[in-house]
Design a protein around this ligand. Sequence first.
Ligand SMILES: Nc1ncnc2c1ncn2[C@@H]1O[C@H](COP(=O)(O)OP(=O)(O)OP(=O)(O)O)[C@@H](O)[C@H]1O
Length: 824
Amino acid sequence: MDRLDPTGQLWPAYRAYILSLKEKVATSKRPSNDQRMWDTLSSTNNESLEKELYFGFLDFAIKPPSADEFSKSKSMPVDLRYPTEWYASARRAQRVIHLHVGPTNSGKTYNALKRLQETKNGFYAGPLRLLAHEVYSRFRANGIACDLVTGDDVRLDEDADTKVYASTVEMVNTSRHHEVAVIDEIQMMGSEDRGWAWTRAFLGANANEVHLCGEERVVPLIRELCASMGDALQIHQYKRLNPLRCMSRSLRGNIKLLRKGDCVVAFSIMELHALRRQIELETNRSLPPETRAQQADLFNDPDNDYDFLVASDAIGMGLNLSVKRIIFSSTSKFDGTKTVQLTIPQIKQIAGRAGRYRSAHQDKNKTSATTTDAKDAADENVGLVTCIDETDLPIIRDALATEAPPMRKAGIVPPAEYLQEYSTQLPPGIPFEYLMRKVSHAATIHPRFFLCDIRDKLKNARIVDDVPNLTIEQRVNITAAPLGGRDPKHAKCLQALSRVIAQNKLVTVADIPEIPLEVLAQEPQHERRYLEELESLHKCLILYLWLSYRFTAVLRDQPMAAHAKDLTEQRINLTLRAFSANPRLRQRLRKIKEQQKDFVAPAVPEKAEAQATAEPTYDPERQSRVDEKDRDQYEDNSNPFMLDGQADETVEEHFREPASMEAPYGAEPGSETQPDSNSLTSKTPIHDTLPVTGNLDMTRPEDPMQQQISSAINEANMFHARSTNPASGLPEIDADTHDLDMTSGTQTADQEPAFQERLPPDRDTSDEVVIDPAEAEAIAQIEDKEEGVDMSTESESGTTRIPERNEDADEEEVEQPKAASGSA
Ligand SMILES: Nc1ncnc2c1ncn2[C@@H]1O[C@H](COP(=O)(O)OP(=O)(O)OP(=O)(O)O)[C@@H](O)[C@H]1O
């Protein structure tokens, strides 16, 4: 502060300015920084008031006041108008863009992947880990060497010449040249949070052929972007392979009307599990604790023992399932701040999972089917769509019959270089959060693009702002780490891991006391507190794994972390089963939903599209006003800023090829990143799909890794206990901060190449299920009243009983001409 105010004169001037703000705003004729500051301060809670005043002072001091200076933007310009120019290699390539468009289940991805399979050189990029995994497994089953690259899981094929990888879209390597690139669900370029990843993959894919698969509404935007990049464009239009129909009736709340092959889609964790349990109770089914990838695969097996699938809405992102009928549990969902109506594209994408032409299981197991055979089968495979409650049916019917408006804008984030450059113009020691906010406010953007939401990044930036000695580049990566939620334990874990990174010291998972591994040593309990502890541990382990792929020199304990994550997922599933064994919970949730119906925000296309019609050009002033009015002062604003994480130039390290000109950080090929694949068993998100079957096996066979973890925990506990004794010779921990001093007895990582720090941010928020506070509150109340859950209601029966076919829910009830076939 002294550095900013060496003469001590700015503070009094700033104080006077703040005190006069109210008056200034009242007399001001046009919106100005005065107004912005006033709005910010008026709505800031005490907690963040100090920070707002501090940031306000930074603005004031960095550019000292002159006449009417507050009415002008004080930001240095950040020119983001030409994202197509950020990817030099792609611009040099002679690209042909193949745009595969059509409704769901029309074979778009199938045909694009066929090209990739032919060339054996390129990548598939999809929205979900599960999809990347599906392609990875399918290719390997077909004898094609393939790597898997997702944010917290990298598996490299033994064949060092592997030229194919399946990844989540955030992990696309734009510096390496390929024959074929396949980018799935391209309409997600319009996603408020993750749109930047699709835009980057599309603009930056360094390939001769780029295959984009998605909805028809992207055509005008892609056409325009291709023209601006000089790429040739070929559009391939598809029709649904089998019909999709909306039924004329819902289940009218009667879960007993479910039939084999049904998939019920829920929109929150508790609803997911309450529904599952209700189905188990009312139809005599129960669930084995399998991983979701196995579950989806098993469900797709025609000879499976599963009858129903209860899934989160993540299945809408292109998951291939053998589902005869999709049943919406609701047509609204909690978006993190409020309950909103599902959009038309969302409803269509979810509904489109019904009546899949051919599932991933069949592909993986190479069940032969000619196109003619398959067409015959398709006639019997009409997809049906309905919902649990009658009130949702008209909404679904209308959505299926409506064309979504064309997409107008693609999401972007400023590349890290912009942050670096901007930071050089500010005095040293300026908080990173302030830097991010300044860059976003200063950005100018082309009308065909919008800045993605950076609330989570700002939150991370704030958490690690006090961690000393982190470079801007390290902060960029850390701010992109998946944290989620507001649990202070996760914030502490992120701080601890960031300190380790800043100190460049090698540590194991058990060395970080903020990763609460101890919970795995406890006997499983069916209590809310225990569940929360498990979920907390799970998030910490995901965080560790995610960071471990970017800071390999320091965080090298991937096998242990992955296995602990696996165990945690099993415990969570067991505990959630107990939680959902409560029919009253579902009833209560339903009531809440009914009450909320009155307050549901109207269905709008993605925010970007709304912006497209409302606001053709970017207005930093307006944007910042919107941002600052939002809740928690910047905590959850739509302040658009996030770094590309040098991503396009730096993913080289995943792969074995030497660094190219465009990957100047070229380190050793990615051997460091290769985890022990045997130990990485569960790579999929927790709450994707939950098949219901007749067997329940809650025990776990003896597990050597579990023993290792227990001994690691014991060791860690011992380590903590002994660390207070300097004479022990073990590394010391600061009693207050838990800072590790690893100088004694541990290997420093100085010699390790830090190349992994340059992996791109990958935050697959798609599979995160947000808990509505109203639901959480209801659940807490019910639990309080009932004090625990009776596990005796669990079905131990090993048999399944298929419910009798019910006339009410029969197929003949299909709504005929009104419901679109999904090919709309
Ligand atoms: N010609 C074909 N022969 C055999 N199987 C096919 C064929 N076309 C598509 N399929 C299978 O049909 C299913 C749906 O195809 P695909 O995933 O390509 O559809 P899509 O249009 O990309 O759907 P979505 O938009 O929902 O992702 C997949 O299981 C795929 O393997």
